[in-house]
Design a protein around this ligand. Structure first.
Ligand code: ADP
Ligand code: MG
Length: 350
């Protein structure tokens, strides 16, 4: 299991130029240098929310978000992500259970902890008749820890960072959904934060905007900020996550380092060739379990442990004179993992 973890970590963190690739899931130095970083950025124990009417929206959720992680909080619409986030931020009281942010109990420690937390939640309360810039100015002014003398600089930097520089003077009500979302993000970025909690930050964004948000999250994470980001679109953010937690019907059905969760799943080797029978013999000879052979395709299960590397398979095939039209090693996507775990499609459950 060490291999896939290492590969994924190297792929994720850009690191300083010239730096040796990190060998394992080492916390970002920027995080470890900081004096008051908690062992877990977010933790919850049996966090539960039952709404009036009896519906359990969040059911005994135990979150563990390590410092420095980009934690993808994934789940279909209605699975309880926003309700969980509202409880974490002290916006709604849990029915049962507890939560900590940066090591401090919520909601009791809200006054001390929340200034270190940037949050983007559903339907941010912006003033419709004020411009984007004026809205940010109001937000900034409400922050007791923000120096008013540097407000202009902070606001312009945040607007530029989310690509709203040119639309800063426009009224909020004239913003598109994507622009509103960007402004919400800018609000979360006014100050440097130890933790960012972003509820569906890519909602309403076009593919380009989605890519920009991904890049932004990567940048923030490489500065040492822990990012907790929710999405109902698995594929949209799984590329940037170091960790994932997957919600289904109010329950956290899966949680952990992404590379590990993926690594536990068998990889599949797919070979396209005009010589299927000899190819099957070769693959079996290499110790692979052939799961499918027909037409011009051979598929084999390639468990991470003990399976030959793709290049060894290629060498053996070539040596035996088997033409290779295509050869790929694929792992199940997060979505396939989810379906395998829950027996459900990744869509609205109720
Ligand atoms: N204020 C509320 N009152 C009653 N039910 C609610 C309320 N907010 C959310 N719910 C219900 O709780 C469930 C989880 O919702 P939510 O946390 O918004 O999910 P997600 O963010 O994953 O889409 C849904 O079934 C939703 O209808
Ligand atoms: Mg939601």
């Amino acid at each position: 299991m060490t291999n896939p973890v290492t590969i994924a970590q190297e792929g994720r963190s850009a690191g300083p130029p010239g730096a040796a690739p990190s060998a394992a899931a080492v916390p970002d130095p920027a995080t470890t240098d900081s004096t008051d970083v908690a062992d877990v950025a977010i933790a919850s124990t049996a966090l539960t929310k039952r709404f009036r009417g009896g519906q359990v929206a969040v059911d005994a959720v135990d979150l563990a978000v390590p410092p420095g992680a980009v934690y993808g909080f994934l789940g279909p619409n209605g699975s309880g992500k926003t309700t969980t986030i509202r409880m974490l931020l002290g916006l709604v009281a849990p029915t049962a259970g507890s939560a900590t942010l940066l090591g401090r109990g919520m909601p009791a420690a809200g006054r001390t902890v929340l200034p270190r937390v940037g949050a983007l939640i559903e339907g941010p309360a912006f003033h419709p008749y004020l411009s984007g810039r004026a809205n940010l100015a109001r937000l900034d002014a409400a922050d007791r820890t923000a120096d008013p003398r540097t407000a202009r600089h902070r606001i312009d930097a945040a607007l530029a960072r989310v690509g709203l520089g040119n639309a800063a003077g426009k009224r909020y009500r004239q913003y598109s959904l994507g622009m509103k979302q960007r402004l919400g993000l800018a609000g979360a970025l006014l100050q440097p934060r130890d933790l960012l909690v972003l509820d569906e930050p890519t909602n309403g964004l076009d593919p380009q905007g989605t890519r920009e948000v991904r890049t932004l999250i990567r940048e923030l994470a490489s500065d040492g900020t822990t990012v907790f980001v929710s999405s109902h679109l698995l594929a949209e953010i799984d590329q940037i996550c170091s960790h994932v937690g997957i919600m289904s019907r109010g329950r956290l059905v899966l949680q952990g380092p992404l590379a590990e969760l993926r690594g536990e799943q068998d990889a599949v080797l797919t070979l396209q060739t005009s010589a299927v029978p000899p190819a099957v013999d070769i693959l079996r000879g290499l110790g692979l379990t052939v799961t499918e052979a027909g037409g011009d395709v051979v598929r084999a299960a390639a468990e991470t442990a003990g399976a030959p590397a793709v290049q060894d398979v290629a060498v053996a095939l070539v040596a035996a004179g088997v033409p290779i039209l295509g050869l790929a090693l694929t792992r199940p996507t997060l979505e396939e993992l989810f379906v395998a775990l829950t027996g459900e499609g990744f869509d609205v459950a109720r």
